[in-house]
Ligand binder design. Sequence first.
Ligand SMILES: [Zn+2]
Length: 177
Amino acid sequence: MLLLVMGNNILKNQVFEDDRVFEIEGDWLHFQCSHGCHNERYSWAELAHVMAQEQIDGKVPLELIPKCSKCGSPMIPNMAAGSHFIPKIKIQENYKKFLQENHEKNIVILELGIGWKNQLIKAPFMELVAKEPNATYITINLGEIYILDNIKDKSFGINGSLDKVLHDIRKCIELIN
Ligand SMILES: [Zn+2]
């Protein structure tokens, strides 16, 4: 079983179905109420174009910031910062179910482009590798390889740019086959 960990959600909708993507850091392509008064998340793709056109010296005019339809508070990007973050509950449940169903099975956690400072993403996956007896952790990043001592025996760190490393891995697989 492969658990793919990436730091950038730009390509997610083009590569993976939305209900198969668990975004620990949130989803900046959606807005939520800044006070978290209700659990709805709203796409702001169309508004983003208007904001980009109307910005002045890199700042968006305040009147373009949408207000919450329930409480009137400003809307903010759906990012995991502060106590009002609204996660995708269904996706969280899917992730927990995935972990339960694959407990003690062979799991590869492939982490692409996550810097060592990003413990919001790295820490839970390294913890998972430590707990799961048959898990393997592979981290690929340019200049920043960080692996906890307690999982070093079941980990691989590859220092390099993703485009080159992934290309080289593909070449190796082709040679084997
Ligand atoms: Zn609200």
